[in-house]
Design a protein around this ligand. Sequence first.
Ligand code: PHE
Length: 342
Amino acid sequence: MKEKINQVMAQVEAFQSRAAGEIEEFRVRMLGKKGVVTGLMEEFRAAAPEVKRELGQRLNELKNKAMERVNELKAAAGGSGVQVEETEDMTRPGEGTAEATGSRHPISLVRNRIVDIFERMGYTVADGPEIEDDRHVFTALNFAPEHPARDMQDTFFVEKDPDVLLRTHTSSIQVRVMETTEPPIRVICPGRVFRNEAISYRAHCIFHQVEGLYVDEGVSFADLKQTLLHFAREMFGPETKIRLRPSYFPFTEPSGEVDVSCNLCGGKGCPVCKGTGWLEVMGCGMVDPNVLKECGIDPERYSGFAFGMGVERIAMLRYGVGDLRLYFENDVRFLHQFDAAI
Ligand code: PHE
């Protein structure tokens, strides 16, 4: 029996494994109910009294050794029962196969920011179709039948007679809102628009707009000016000034172009503002009474203002990226420059 114990002891000492499954198997084989060590214990009971002392001591040593070995090996294998192959070096550095993370497109970043600023002033976002009819893009907005913007040169037509076309501005959404909503109305309309322009660094046939509309009793030009000043300060910084120049749009009267003081040179004049100290950012005006009437709103009772800006233009000024085409090419070397932008 003594010899048997020594044999098993040698086995226990020689056992090596880093696989949790194997170690557990070994524990059961040695110390389990029907295990080798347990079997020896039974055998020991029947041993002659004169050898019991020595055998007992040796047997205990074997049992402790086996338990110790199992615990040691389990700890080395991670203790959690995870299968670890002996050949795997868990301390080796990773191979850099982690998924590359994406980032928001600069146009989305700027659009979201514009939308945020107006949402905080109580505006809600309205949406509408990109493929429109003549009424919502032109007629209801007081465009005369022979207005040049209706021309093939500017507008992409899907069908002629009746006209189906790609919207050239998101004012079409404002018409849809006015047709279906009782004032007070306070909406902003972000979206893609389409114009048949030759593509260059400063023009593209697809671009993005955010337009706004406020219709209620007693809405004045002063309200418009204050709203735009607040927007400009939130967008370009608290020192920003605005200036309005007279302009013309068929759907607003009076109409204006809005300039903001150049945030790069602080108004002193630089290449971006072409030495003038001012940057043109949007069109605006008081909604023409004809437009209100056309959309079923009483112009005697209600008045309103509207404004519209190009998202690419604002992005150009905010990020100093002067070539519009970069926003559409989706070159990741360009896009990754906005990973941390807000
Ligand atoms: N719809 C005009 C454009 O696309 C912008 C605008 C909106 C101007 C509202 C005045 C009022 O250029």
